[in-house]
Design a protein around this ligand. Structure first.
Ligand SMILES: *Cc1c(COP(=O)(O)O)cnc(C)c1O
Length: 401
């Protein structure tokens, strides 16, 4: 009889220890639920960092994947395939953008965005060779490649990985004056998350995105939003920037829930003008735009639309927030969130959120701490009210114990 501990031991023996998972082994998922290999059932409050907004193994997305897997999976972009067009058509229509460029992981899409804005800077704005600067926000998270960690202010992400990619200028998040000051004639873009997820669900002041966009317009700089985590319904709108009146980005980066968690799938979206910097041979990816990923992506987007997941996130997120605020405990410093994207910040003197996540696991709720003191709540958006009630009961019990 192989136990979960045996599997964990084997994994630890053979895997690099670049993660510190909670001690359970999952083997099945349906909707908001996941099961460990002993058959215990848990409510997934992390949704693979918002990659499974549609719920685990959504039948329509699984069906699209299996059907496509039997036809053709990879053509390379040396040839057209019949799935990429319909997928990008749907994505562009939903995001109200002219064109999209499909990649695989989120970090690759961020790298693609950086290539796009630099090239735009040299070829359209007229910045001199190799001088392009990009303004980024302190405490951001844009991925784990060398260039995306070069954008980061987090020592843990960077230690002993240098030398780093130059050309980034860090400023405080949520500070329009600092943004204005950081602009130089060589600035080509500002890249930010509309809510900083990994930093602990940090929500900027109302109007910050609009102000940032305005500053960008005034100085002929591209306004780029990384909505890999906040996009596709998570915050109660299809895209988080839609919470503000005039915050539409010039370039939008999506990933994670773009495939409903079935496949690594990401993209950048932009206007015809910006996308025109890409010409044949200039950029690419063997798997980017492949028919299997495109079929999955199209189905995943259709589910978000058909099941009104952004609206659900808005309504149920408000409901969850109201219920969490009724929990009587002095362990909570603050609760913040938008839609079903909520962070419970705990009193730092309690020694971190990890042991509360471990306690919640024992009650059947899977959460992951972010930045030591914050419990992130981001269940699949297909969750129902009664399940939220149950979830809050478990959280209250653990935080009041
Ligand atoms: C997850 C994430 C990324 C990186 O995506 P990967 O698929 O892990 O490379 C980039 N930006 C944000 C905001 C993310 O949440």
């Amino acid at each position: 009889m192989i136990t979960q501990q045996d599997i964990i031991d084997q994994t630890n023996r053979r895997s690099a220890h670049n993660y510190n998972p909670l001690p359970l082994v999952l083997e099945k998922g349906r909707g908001i639920w996941v099961w460990d290999s002993d058959g215990h059932k848990y409510l997934d409050c992390l949704s693979a960092y918002s990659a499974v907004n549609q719920g685990h193994c959504h039948p329509k997305i699984v069906e699209a994947m299996v059907t496509q897997a039997r036809k053709i999976t990879l053509t390379s972009r040396a040839f057209h395939n019949d799935r990429m067009g319909p997928f990008l058509e749907k994505l562009c229509q939903m995001a109200k953008m002219d064109k999209a460029l499909p990649m695989n992981t989120g970090a690759e899409a961020v790298e693609t965005a950086i290539k796009a804005v630099r090239k735009w800077g040299y070829e359209i704005k007229g910045v001199s060779d190799n001088k392009a600067e990009i303004i980024v926000m302190r405490d951001n998270f844009h991925g784990r490649t060398i260039t995306t960690i070069s954008m980061s202010s987090e020592a843990d992400y960077k230690r002993n990985f240098g030398p780093f990619t130059p050309g980034f200028r860090l400023i405080d998040y949520n500070d329009p004056a600092a943004l204005e000051q950081a602009v130089t004639p060589n600035t080509v873009a500002v890249i930010m998350e509309p809510i900083q997820g990994e930093a602990g669900i940090i929500i900027p002041d109302d109007g910050f995105l609009t102000k940032a966009r305005k500053i960008c317009k005034r100085h002929n700089i591209l306004f780029v939003l990384d909505e890999i985590q906040t996009g596709l319904g998570r915050t109660g709108k299809l895209f988080c920037f839609q919470h503000e009146q005039n915050a539409t980005p010039d370039l939008l980066i999506v990933g994670k829930a773009l495939s409903g968690g079935l496949y690594p799938l990401s993209a950048i979206l932009a206007s015809d003008e910006i996308m025109s910097v890409f010409t044949p041979g200039i950029h690419g990816s063997t798997f980017g735009g492949n028919p299997l990923g495109a079929a999955v992506g199209l189905a995943a987007l259709q589910v978000i639309e058909d099941e009104k997941l952004a609206e659900r996130s808005h309504i149920l997120g408000d409901y969850l927030m109201r219920k969490l605020q009724l929990i009587q405990t002095n362990r909570i410093v603050t609760i913040r969130g938008r839609g079903l994207f909520i962070g419970i910040e705990l009193d730092p003197s309690l020694g971190g959120a990890r042991r509360y996540c471990e306690a919640l696991m024992k009650t059947g709720l899977l959460c992951k701490e972010t930045h030591d003191y914050v419990i992130r709540l981001a269940p699949p958006l297909v969750i129902e009210k009664a399940q939220i009630d149950w979830m809050v009961e478990q959280i209250a019990a653990v935080l009041q114990d």
